[in-house]
Design a protein around this ligand. Structure first.
Ligand code: ATP
Length: 593
């Protein structure tokens, strides 16, 4: 770097870190930021400063943007989780190459400068958890913005009309924004807007009131008539909705005696009410065509001799309602908990169902949760699994803050265990055409040793998580050729597994569409800031970036839009096991030192 840039950067550091600095940081005008490796500086193979990352270093001074932006090629500035004070100066716009600006978790105050909107290259802006106030500058004019995080500040005024379809992260919760939320078209939920008492409209539940009376006083009689019309229409809609809700509630109360949702109230097994509750839940009816549909117990000593009636009588608690059915936790007489999945709308004959279950049951793997019993009648299909106390991967990544409890080693173990199980299942069931069909992180359960267990293998005939990623030609081929259709099912599992790997690596979860996460990862990787993709908890535990990148590459192969380009499950398992072996070797080496 030139002397001018060096001196300016040293000035920037003196201002943001007043006091004595550790000499090992560099940041002295006699040295070079790139070749002398100043702390937090990355020149990404060039002679000019590209990135400055000074997170969690207890910086307590001010941000001197005039000095900082003398480094013209600066693209990333990250000052997360320090105690920087003062405002964000107008001169920040001199850093015209900035693509990433992270200021979260500091004590910044004052208005955001209008010049911020002139940072045309900005893709990610995170000013969350500060004390910024005032109205937002015209940020929507930055066309490539992907992230805007501003939660927990004191910002006011209306939310400008961002292009929400382009944004992948957006959060303005817990500020003082007012007025109507611009149309987000389902791209972001209420959690992005909560905690602004005077904000209204979708996706929040409080609708915007008609204009206040003061304005009406000045409005013309025509406007007055329009507003009154809206108000009356609104009132009619509210009354109609109220009527429907009350009517439905009354019908439900009549038909089900209020017992459908929550069966956790531990009914005593002798009470006729509790029997009725269980019956109404599973609604198992009389024998069909003279044949009795009984419970088939496949394996497991815990449920030996289990009868269908035992299942019906046992207290059941609803624990989930998914796309394909409902899940109950049922406590049997011997105090064993089982999970009972009641499948919805599966057009499959009894014989076919039975054959399928028997076939799946023949293949065993330690990381696949076996079906221990099943029941099948024309109307009902129930599957019984052992209840897994430690819940699912989805819950683990979601429940603990940012998946904090799940360290890199555990994530790699889950990835490898799942890949190995999938490889065996695919190999054994390939000729039967039985793929998993609905692989996702809520179907990866953790057993008592926190090892992964794939649940619900083969319960769905087809699941098209990757539909939009299939090329048109492939889609035609698949429809025309049954063998290709079978390949497609297995390759769809690979896509889904790739998405699970992305969840493990990013800590971000799929809620509605797997393709959103895949798109987000692609967009970050394309920007060549691959490290940005990884879950920050992994970065802070100093997980090996090399192995994270390797696992990311496996994930990207799995979500390749072309079916043929995706690896098969055995290849995936080999790749992940080799990453796991590298990890173990490196741990052994470091413990020997
Ligand atoms: N055997 C089990 N033990 C403990 N928890 C389980 C078990 N099986 C499923 N769960 C959890 O119960 C919840 C509901 O499961 P369910 O299978 O109904 O939902 P889903 O997998 O999201 O939906 P679907 O399979 O219908 O697409 C999920 O969070 C799942 O992780």
């Amino acid at each position: 770097e030139t002397v001018e840039v060096r001196d300016a950067l040293v000035q920037f550091m003196d201002n943001i870190f007043p006091g004595e600095r550790n000499v090992s940081w560099g940041w002295t005008s006699g040295s070079d930021p790139c070749s002398d490796l100043w702390k937090g500086v990355d020149c990404v193979g060039s002679p000019s400063v590209r990135k400055i990352v000074l997170d969690e270093l207890n910086l307590t001074g001010i941000l001197n943007a005039s000095s900082l932006c003398v480094a013209k090629s600066l693209a990333v500035l990250s000052l997360n989780d320090n105690n920087v004070v003062g405002n964000l100066p107008e001169e920040i716009s001199n850093c015209s190459h900035l693509t990433h600006l992270y200021l979260s978790g500091n004590n910044f105050t004052g208005n955001l400068p209008n010049s911020l909107a002139r940072l045309n290259n900005l893709k990610r802006l995170d000013i969350s958890n500060n004390d910024f106030s005032g109205v937002l500058p015209d940020l929507p004019r930055i066309s490539g913005l992907l992230t805007f995080l501003a939660e927990n500040n004191q910002l006011t005024g209306e939310i400008p009309d961002f292009d929400f379809s382009n944004l992948v992260d957006f959060n303005v919760s817990f500020n003082n924004f007012t007025g109507p939320i611009p149309s987000v078209d389902g791209h972001f939920g209420a959690s992005s807007f909560l905690g602004n008492p005077d904000l209204c409209g979708q996706p929040l539940s409080n609708s915007c009131a008609t204009p206040p009376p003061a304005k009406k006083k000045h409005s013309s009689s025509k406007q007055y008539a329009i507003y009154s019309g809206y108000a009356i229409l609104g009132l009619i809609i509210v009354l109609f909705v109220l009527y429907c809700v009350i009517k439905r509630k009354m019908q439900n109360a009549g038909a089900k005696n209020d017992g459908t949702e929550n069966l956790s109230s531990k009914p005593t097994s002798t009470s006729s009410e509790s029997k009725n509750r269980s019956r109404s839940e599973f609604s198992i009816t009389s024998p069909e065509n003279g044949k009795t549909s009984s419970l088939v117990v496949l394996s497991s000593p815990v449920v030996n001799g289990l009868k269908f009636e035992d299942l019906l009588r046992a207290p059941a608690e609803l624990i989930g309602r998914g796309k394909h059915g409902t899940l109950y936790k049922v406590t049997l007489n011997n105090s064993v908990n089982v999970a009972v999945k009641r499948i919805k709308d599966w057009e499959i004959s009894r014989d076919e169902f039975k054959k399928r279950m028997q076939r799946i049951n023949e293949v065993k793997h330690a990381n696949v949760l076996p079906v221990i019993a099943y029941y099948c009648s024309q109307q009902e299909k129930l599957l019984v699994y052992e209840y897994q106390q430690n819940g699912s991967l989805f819950r683990l990544l979601n429940g603990s803050q940012n998946g904090e409890m799940l360290d890199w080693g555990s994530r790699l173990n889950i990835a490898a265990g799942t890949a190995n199980a999938l490889a065996v299942m695919h190999q054994e069931l390939h000729s039967d055409g039985i793929a998993h069909g609905n692989l996702k992180s809520s179907n990866i359960l953790l057993n008592k040793d926190m090892d992964p267990c794939i649940s619900e293998y083969g319960l769905m005939m087809v699941e098209n998580q990757d539909e939009q990623f299939i090329t048109q030609t492939e889609s035609i081929e698949v429809n025309d050729d049954p063998a290709r259709g079978s390949t497609r099912r297995f390759k769809a599992d690979i896509y889904s597994f790739g998405v699970i790997l992305l969840e493990l690596l990013t800590g971000k979860l799929v809620h509605n569409s797997a393709s959103d996460l895949a798109k987000w990862v692609h967009s970050v990787v394309r920007e060549e800031w691959t490290a940005e993709v990884f879950d920050r908890t992994l970065i802070s535990e100093s997980a090996s970036e090399e192995r994270m990148v390797n696992l990311l590459q496996v994930a990207l192969k799995c979500i390749n839009p072309s079916l043929d380009a995706r690896p098969n499950s055995s290849q995936v398992a080999v790749m992940i096991n080799s990453i796991k072996e590298d990890e173990e070797k490196s741990l052994n080496n470091s413990s020997e030192l």
